[in-house]
Structures are given as C-alpha cells and as structure tokens.
Design a protein around this ligand. Structure first.
Ligand SMILES: [Zn+2]
Ligand SMILES: [Zn+2]
Length: 112
C-alpha cells in the first residue's frame, strides 16, 4: 500500500478559540449529512449545520447593523425635514419652535 495517498482536507477554523485544523472531505460530508458534533483540538464542539454557528452570529450582526442603519437614516430624515409634528410647518430651529409654541403639548406628553 502506498504511503502517497491524495486526500482532500477541509480546513476548519474553530469559532471559539480560532484554532485551525483539518478533516477529510469525505468525513465532512458524513458530518454534514448526520449533523453530528465534532471537536476542535481544544475540545470545542463544532457541527455543520445548514447554517454554522459562526455564520449565524455574523448574520445576526448584519441584521442588527441594518436596523441601526435604518434608525440612523430615519433620524437624518427627521433632522433634514425639520417639520414640526404639532403644526406641520418647517422650522430652521425646530427645537426652539417646539419649546416656544408647543411647550404645553410637551408637558402634556411628559405627564401622560
Ligand atoms: Zn476551539
Ligand atoms: Zn409647531
């Protein structure tokens, strides 16, 4: 039997400790099919899910960033609009206008 066997290795990076190790591609396929857990050299559980756990948190972060972007965009729009929500007119200094003209509404809101 020859010592020179070509095997395909899949490089795995542990998402807990960052250690890089490799497992055979055939074995990767088995793990994927069964969804079985395997371990990095430091003993952190890994598994091939439809979505792997590292990918999951990356997606979650992307989602949160999108939400932040949307919120920031809304704030920018409000600032640009400078439209008074009470009388619907635009003012350069909206805060001062609201404090001057709508202080009653503001206190009502605060007390509500
Ligand atoms: Zn690890
Ligand atoms: Zn107003």
């Amino acid at each position: 039997m020859s010592d020179f066997v070509n095997i395909q290795l899949r490089r795995i990076t542990c998402c807990n400790c960052g250690v890089v190790f490799a497992i055979g591609e055939d074995h990767v396929q088995q793990l994927k099919e069964k969804g079985s857990t395997f371990y990095c050299p430091s003993g952190h559980g890994q598994y091939f899910d439809k979505v792997d756990p590292c990918e999951k948190s990356k997606r979650r972060i992307a989602e949160l960033n999108e939400q932040l972007d949307a919120a920031a965009k809304k704030i920018r729009e409000l600032e640009r609009g400078n439209r008074c929500e009470h009388c619907g007119k635009r003012y350069k200094n909206l805060i001062r206008h609201i404090q001057k003209q709508h202080s009653e509404q503001l206190t009502e809101k605060a007390n509500a």
